[in-house]
Design a protein around this ligand. Structure first.
Ligand code: NAI
Length: 424
């Protein structure tokens, strides 16, 4: 999983950028600023290890036996499903209830397989031993923007090549536009509407032929290339066919709303099934499945799963975007509030971005909340709670929010739905 290591590197690289570019405005002089990429990567590995050890501790505490190796279906019988585990030793386990949570793998570009030396997946992108002078990323999705930000902050000249003509198409347009403005200002070069051609990797680096949005042929020579064009469900080696487990044409395990597969007692959750590839979505599904196996009534609300992109500014959202509401014909009201008018954001020295509320025109029920700005990964949970409780924008507008805090921007955006902002 890339969640924790990427956040560790995002934090380290942000500290470096702050020390080099922003401390001065706080009256803090930094002389002889240096960078030890090896130490930064070692810290990241230590953070990951702490997390992994935590999981092993939890297994032990909850009396869960852990087999370390690759699992594959062998056969189904009256006793249950036989799973072969190939690791340091080969083991065989039989279970009546099986939960498959094998995750996903990075999707490679045809003709440019990952060598994790020059052509990197998100995995290799977290292990570059020295800052590349020139770095290219293909795909300006979540991984492209997060990894592009890390290496740009550390000094690489970064170009992101994106096939779609719109930037972050799944994000609310107004928020995506605001984020793009910030990334442009930082010097993250994002080329939209491109067609990537031949890629050649050699001793000197990687050469990428591509066509820009105007149809002009271009070549990009870089030291490293990160390919971040989405991920594919990981069912290779699972031997699904040994038991007749149904996969779709993308290789994902077919499940219903309750994560049940076509086989009785076999469940699947997370990246290996439909829905967004987010760790917290997988966790919710896992808990719900455990509850169902225990005879309880697990539930996952797919409409209130938050999304976060941990760039600077951060981008976070829950619910529907304005373009989705327009397309569905639903009558809505919108309210926005800029961090520029938030006292805490000014004190932090980071006033980029805004909070945006979308609410039903008649009932005022919150339909979507979209944010770009400082620490919005934390602010979004208030919106998730509000939507889970079917709150109206007025509910949030009437709740006391601590002053000074970034969360006041959430309250103010809720007030803005009825044009009643207090501080703008
Ligand atoms: P993504 O789906 O977020 O973005 C892929 C981008 O690549 C899209 O914009 C797509 O239009 C573009 N693309 C596809 N083919 C292309 C081509 N041939 N040439 C140029 N551009 C092309 O996928 P990404 O960034 O690889 O991430 C994979 C998954 O990992 C995501 O679904 C995301 O949910 C998850 N993830 C989540 C994180 C988070 O929650 N903060 C962090 C990292 C990953």
């Amino acid at each position: 999983m890339g969640c924790i290591p990427s956040k560790a590197l995002l934090q380290s690289s942000e500290h470096y950028e702050h020390a080099g570019k922003h401390f001065a405005e706080h009256g803090i002089e930094v002389k002889g600023l240096g960078l030890d990429v090896g130490k930064m990567l070692a810290r990241k590995d230590a953070v990951v290890k702490q997390n992994n050890d935590g999981i092993l501790y939890l297994f032990k505490k909850n009396k869960i036996t852990f087999f370390h190796g690759r699992g594959a279906f062998v056969k189904a019988s009256d006793a249950g499903y036989e799973i072969k585990v190939t690791g340091a030793a080969e083991e065989s386990i039989v279970g009546k209830q099986i939960i498959v949570a094998t995750g996903s793998n990075a999707r490679a570009l045809p003709g440019a397989p990952f060598d994790e030396e020059n052509i990197l997946s998100n995995d290799g992108a977290l292990r570059i031993g020295a800052v590349p002078k020139k770095l290219a990323l293909i795909g300006s999705g979540v991984i492209g923007l997060e990894m592009g930000s890390v290496w740009r902050r550390l000094g690489a000249e970064v170009t992101v090549l994106e096939a779609l003509p719109t930037f972050l198409g799944a994000v609310d347009e107004q928020i995506a536009k605001e984020a793009k403005k910030a990334f442009d200002k930082q010097g993250l070069k994002i080329e939209l509407g491109v067609k990537v051609g031949e890629i050649n990797s050699g001793k000197k680096g990687v050469s990428i032929a591509w066509t820009n949005a105007k149809g002009e042929a271009q070549t990009l020579e870089v030291d490293k290339l990160i390919v971040s064009i989405g991920r594919v469900p990981n069912t290779i080696g699972l031997d699904a066919e040994a038991v007749g487990l149904k996969l779709d044409d993308r290789g994902a395990i077919v499940v219903d709303d309750e994560c049940k597969t076509n086989l009785p007692g076999v469940w699947a959750i997370g990246d290996v099934v439909r829905g967004p590839m987010l760790a917290h979505k997988a966790e919710e599904e896992g808990v719900a499945v455990a509850e169902r196996i225990a005879g309880q009534h697990g539930h996952v609300n797919f409409n209130t799963i938050p999304w976060v992109i941990y760039t600077s500014p951060e981008i976070a959202w829950v619910g529907q975007t304005e373009q989705q509401l327009k397309a569905s014909g639903r009558a809505y009201k919108a309210g926005t509030f800029p961090f520029l008018a938030n006292g805490r954001a000014r004190a932090l020295g980071d006033t980029t971005g805004m909070v945006k509320f979308l609410a039903d025109a008649a009932t005022d029920e919150i339909l979507g909340v979209h944010m770009v700005g400082p620490q919005v990964s934390e602010l979004i949970s208030e919106a998730v709670v509000a939507m889970e409780f079917k709150a109206s924008s007025e509910d949030i507008a009437r709740i006391c929010h601590a002053h000074p805090s970034l969360s006041e921007a959430t309250k103010e955006a809720a007030l803005a739905v009825d044009k009643r902002t207090l501080n703008f």
